[in-house]
Ligand binder design. Structure first.
Ligand SMILES: Nc1ncnc2c1ncn2[C@@H]1O[C@H](COP(=O)(O)OP(=O)(O)OP(=O)(O)O)[C@@H](O)[C@H]1O
Ligand SMILES: [Mg+2]
Length: 420
């Protein structure tokens, strides 16, 4: 019996690095998770690599754990990219349909994709990570989702371009190289999370996915089934820990433990008499602190994070206006009261996002912290099964090998497959 394909997702977060190995037995069955590795993240700052050695060690540790559990090497990694330098912008490409009879074929789609990028003036220090087709126009007919097989003369593509800093991509590649491996492709973090969490219906209705990580909060908005906006904000749940440490005049370790065990974003629900004994976490900390005071510190910072998200929604004219509501993922989503506070600040329906169910060792990845890693696996699978199709709208494509290659090169290489 064939053992099928293996996929490996590596989520390089600023709090933790997560590796997941999954096996595809058949395309009808969900992927089976067969190996999971988690390592504390060192050397990442605000989603970007600050120290390649430390990131290499942590990646190595997470990958080794996953390999041991899976009994299979972690090869062909799909790796997450985060950081506030990730930007998304609209782009347009126009070509003349190639065939004399005017029928649009896959090669036209490849050419119009190349054209989208050729028209774009990307600064030298930035690199395209994804080119996501939104819709097409063929002569006078607008809003076409897939023009292949239709006939016309002039083909236009509307796309979203997602780019990141070249140095960051190179630093990730360098860390992976030091860890004895390499990325087969990169996916920006919020897109991977959204893939793992959002249903087609939510994407159709209009939904924002908010991934609250350790030092960043990323958001991605879908509408009418298409990606509409994406941003990475320089603040995350680690800032809540920092505030608690300052507010209680205690160490980061004690502050983190207090947040995880007693934290809440809803101070009004906590009795004024409720106290936390800090000596439980550190014998030298001989004090009791008010649990309500801790919740007030948490509420203030959480509210700020959510107001930044609201600011992004405002810039795209969707503040309080997404019928599918908001879905929270990332470790920060686990904070008690997060949903209630988000409902209040965002004025939207809010829920916590868990990864879509997979087979295998489920319990390890069935948390909002694993949405990115699971999304990487799902995208790797989709990409491999649609390798020869460029026309699918909204398909996350153009993911790059080794960061130093540009998407243009990759698309040019792919396009050869379509040459007669
Ligand atoms: N049960 C919990 N309650 C509250 N906060 C939690 C809980 N579990 C984890 N967190 C917080 O979530 C944060 C880490 O989230 P996550 O693992 O998603 O980040 P990351 O992916 O490593 O970072 P980033 O996405 O910013 O690069 C930490 O600040 C941690 O304190
Ligand atoms: Mg993350």
């Amino acid at each position: 019996m064939s053992r099928g394909h293996y996929y490996v997702g590596l989520d390089i977060g600023s709090a933790e690095i997560r590796a997941v190995i999954a096996q595809e037995i058949s395309s009808e069955e969900p992927l089976r998770v067969i190996g999971v590795g988690i390592a504390p993240s060192f050397g990442m700052r605000r989603g970007v690599v600050a120290d390649t050695d430390s990131v290499a060690k942590a990646c190595n540790s997470a990958l080794e754990q996953a390999e041991r559990m899976a009994g299979h090497p972690a090869e062909s990694l799909v790796v997450s990219v985060s950081g506030t330098e990730i930007l998304c912008q609209d782009a347009l490409g126009v070509i003349a349909v190639g065939r004399a009879d005017g029928e649009v074929v896959e090669d036209d789609i490849v050419r119009v994709l190349e054209e989208v990028q050729a028209r774009l003036t990307m600064p030298l220090n930035r690199e395209i990570i994804h080119v996501i087709p939104k819709d097409y126009r063929l002569d006078d007919q607008k809003s076409i989702k897939n023009p292949v097989g239709m006939r016309g003369v002039r083909l236009e593509m509307n796309a979203l371009i997602i780019s990141g800093s070249t140095s960051h991509l190179k630093n990730i590649s360098r860390s992976l190289e030091q860890a004895g491996t390499m990325a087969e492709s990169f996916v920006v973090e919020p897109l991977a999370s959204a893939e793992a969490v959002l249903s087609d219906k939510q994407k159709e209705l209009g939904t924002v996915l908010i991934n609250i990580g350790g030092s960043t909060t990323s958001l991605v908005v879908f509408e009418d089934g298409d990606l509409f906006h994406l941003a990475v904000l320089p603040v995350g749940s680690g800032h809540i820990t920092n505030d608690i440490a300052i507010g209680l005049r205690t160490s980061i370790e004690v502050a983190e433990a207090v947040k995880l065990q007693f934290g809440s974003a809803l101070p009004e629900e906590i009795s004024k008499k409720d106290e936390i004994d800090l000596s439980v976490f550190d014998s030298q900390e001989n004090v009791f602190v008010s649990r309500r005071h801790v919740a007030e510190i948490i509420e203030a910072r959480f509210e700020e994070i959510l107001s930044f998200v609201n600011g992004e929604l405002k810039t795209i004219g969707r503040e309080g206006l997404l019928p599918g509501g908001a879905v929270l993922s990332g470790g920060g989503a686990l904070l008690p009261g997060a949903v209630e506070l988000a409902k209040k600040v965002l004025r939207l329906p809010v829920q916590i996002g868990y990864p879509k169910p997979l087979g295998g060792i489920l319990d390890q990845v069935d948390t909002p912290q694993f949405t990115t890693a699971v999304g990487l696996l799902l995208l790797a699978q989709t990409n491999s099964s649609h390798k020869n199709s460029f026309s699918t709208p909204g398909k996350i494509m153009g993911i790059i090998p080794e960061s130093v290659y540009t998407v243009v090169k990759k698309i040019k290489r792919w396009s050869k497959q379509f040459l007669p």
